[in-house]
Design a protein around this ligand. Sequence first.
Ligand code: R5P
Length: 295
Amino acid sequence: MARHLVASFQWSSDVGNEIASSLGFAHVILESKQFPDGESYIRYPIDITTYDGLILVQRAYPNQDTRLFQTMLAVDAARDAGIKEIHVVLPYLPYSRQDRRFRDGEPVSLSTVLTLLSSLRVSSVITVDVHKPEAFRVSGVNCVNVEPFELYAERLRGSKNVVLLSPDLGSLWRVRKVSEYVGIQYSYLEKFRDRITGEVTMKPRELDVAGKEVFIIDDIIATGGTIIEATKILKSMGAVGVHAMATHCLLLNEADSRMFEAGVSSITCTNTIPTKYAEININQLIVRALRELIT
Ligand code: R5P
C-alpha cells in the first residue's frame, strides 16, 4: 500500500485521529486562520511531498462556506506538492439539500460544490448519509456515501412496541434499510415544504401508532420543524413516545428545546456534527469505506 497521510482541521481532529490510527497512517492537524479581512489561510505543518496519498478530513459545519474553501485550499496545496491520490472526507456535506433547481434561476448548489472539488482533481469525496444519494455524483470523482443505518439498528435491537417512521416519502428508504437490519415495522408521513417560507406541513396517513414508541429517522435536523410537526401528529394519533434519530444534527436556534417542548422524548444523532446528542460514532464506517478506496 502506498504511503498515506491523514490531515485534519483542528475541529475534526478526533475523526482524523481515529481514521489514522485505524489505518496505521500518520496524522497531522492543518494550521488554519482567517486573515483580518476574512480570507482563509491554511498550511501543512510538515513536508508532505514524500507522501503518495492524502486523506483530508473536514467537518464542514458550522461555517460551511469558509470550511469548504479551506478544504479546496488544502486539496490544491497537496496537488502542488505532488500528491497523487487525495480522498476528501466531509462527514457532513454542505449544500446537499439544494440538489436540484427548485425554482428558476437557482443553482444546483450540491453540484457546484462537487464540480469545484472535481476541478481540483480529488480522487474521492466521502460523506455520510447524503440527503439524496442519486444526486451525489460528479464525473471524474468517486463519490462515496457512507450509510449509518446498521448503527441505528444496533441501538434499536431488542426494542419492543416500536414503529420506525420516515417524516416524508423521500426518506422512506432510510427506515426501510434500518428495518432490514432489525425487522421493525415502518411507515412514513406525507410532508410538504413551502419553498419560499420553508414552512413545513404534514398530512397523517393511515398509521397504527397508538400505544407505540415511534422512532422518526431522518438525515438532518435543522430547524427541527419537520420533527416537531411529525411529533404533533403522532401524539394526536396516540403514540406514547416520539424519538428523533438523525445523522446530522444542526439544531438551529435551539431546535432541541423546541422539540422537547413539542413532546419529543429523545434525540439521537451521529458525530458528523458534534453535539451533546452525538451518541453514534460513524468514524469506523468511514474507515471501512477508506480501506476500499486507498491503493
Ligand atoms: C428534508 O427533506 C430533510 O430530509 C430533513 O427532513 C429536513 O432537512 C429537516 O429540516 P428541518 O429540521 O429544518 O425541518
